[in-house]
Ligand binder design. Structure first.
Ligand code: UT7
Length: 329
């Protein structure tokens, strides 16, 4: 018998129906399909339309799909970690709202804010609750309604982000499958390059903050790009090295989908060939906390039991991290 590990036993995702294409963005801002495609790899992204819809509404179909697949009821969930940068409200936590909407009556939960690294941080945190023996079923959700904080007059950000959500269930495993290791980092001095300036305790909402468009995501792309390329690659290389993995040992790299060029740089640094890199950025853009679980969901049928999978992410904060797991089914 191996030591107690946290294994992913089911994944599911949800991407809203509405497709926002590069061509549609050409009508909103001074941009073009060729620039967006070559600089980011993105062709289209999904948008959650409708009054009164929120991030939790992206999570409900993702989680209900997961529960159905695993054949369990929502009341069996012990803990919900909701990784999001666009909570339904500043409080209460979207984890609580989701629990109510799906009927997870016996779960406690909280939101985890680590921008685009959220899902990796959430999996590592959820795994610790399983490894300690405290919980048997931990639901890690990563999702964002980015369209709620995107300025569709700002071509630096509106071409990148989209809406989407995915979820993974963690359960105990003593057969050598599940989360093996993680390397998690943060550096708050990066906050000036990627943020939302108003709406927090520093700058509560006023007419002035609204007029100054400070309730939208701001990004100084070039600086973030430089940090992302270096740090995402470093952390992925570090997790391989300390687990004695060479490129041939890695079955899949599942990277955060921010920019195809950042993904390529990370894969190159790891020595991983293209066919082992999970990429769906062309269809969803950057869904922030949603990217990695959406990838896991879409590639689930290709993963084999025992596959070594490396996740890697970089996001606002700055935050970054990598997680190594052995696929359990
Ligand atoms: O997920 C969280 C972490 N986020 C990231 O990892 C994102 C990191 N950053 C990026 O992916 C890239 O920096 C962007 C995609 C945001 C921008 O790409 P870039 O190659 O860094 O472009 P840039 O900002 O250096 O701009 C290059 C040129 C500029 O024109 P000039 O000064 O060279 O004449 C921009 O004004 O492209 C121009 N430009 C655009 N042109 C058409 C900037 N945005 C656009 C646009 N359409 N949307």
């Amino acid at each position: 018998m191996h030591k107690l590990q946290a294994a992913i036993t089911a994944v599911h995702g949800y991407a809203p129906e509405y497709i926002l294409t590069n061509h549609e963005l050409e009508a909103l801002v001074d941009t073009n399909d060729e620039w967006i495609t070559t600089r980011t790899g993105i062709k289209e992204r999904r948008i959650l339309k409708g009054e009164g819809t929120a991030t939790s509404d992206l999570a409900v179909p993702a989680v209900n799909g997961l529960l159905k697949k695993r054949g369990i009821g929502a009341e069996e969930i012990d803990l919900i970690i909701f990784c999001t940068t666009t909570p339904d409200m500043p409080f209460p936590a979207t984890a609580n709202i989701l629990a109510d909407k799906i009927g997870a009556k016996n779960a406690w939960g909280y939101d985890l804010q680590a921008a685009c690294s959220g899902f990796v941080f959430g999996l590592a945190t959820g795994a610790a609750f399983i490894e300690s023996g405290k919980h048997k079923k931990v639901l890690v959700v990563g999702g964002d309604k980015m369209s709620s904080i995107i300025d569709y007059q700002d071509r630096a950000t509106c071409i990148i982000f989209g809406d989407g959500c995915g979820a993974a269930l963690l359960e105990p495993n003593t057969e050598g499958y599940g989360v093996v290791d993680s390397v998690l980092k943060s550096d708050g001095s990066g906050r000036e390059f990627l943020n939302m300036k108003a709406g927090g305790s520093l700058r509560p909402a006023t007419h002035e903050t609204v007029s100054a468009r400070e309730h939208y995501a701001f990004q100084e792309g070039k600086t973030v790009f430089k940090f992302a390329v270096t740090n995402m690659a470093n952390v992925a290389a570090e997790i391989m090295e300390r687990n004695n993995l060479v490129a041939d040992d890695v079955a899949w790299l599942v990277p955060h989908q921010a920019n195809k060029r950042i993904i390529d740089a990370t894969a190159n640094r790891m020595g991983i060939s293209d066919e082992k890199v999970v990429i769906n950025i062309e269809r969803y853009g950057n869904t922030t906390n949603g990217t990695i679980p959406l990838c896991l969901w879409e590639w689930e049928s290709k993963f084999k039991k025992g596959d070594n999978i490396v996740l890697a992410a970089f996001g606002g904060g700055f935050t970054w991290g990598s997680l190594y797991l052995k696929w359990a089914y």
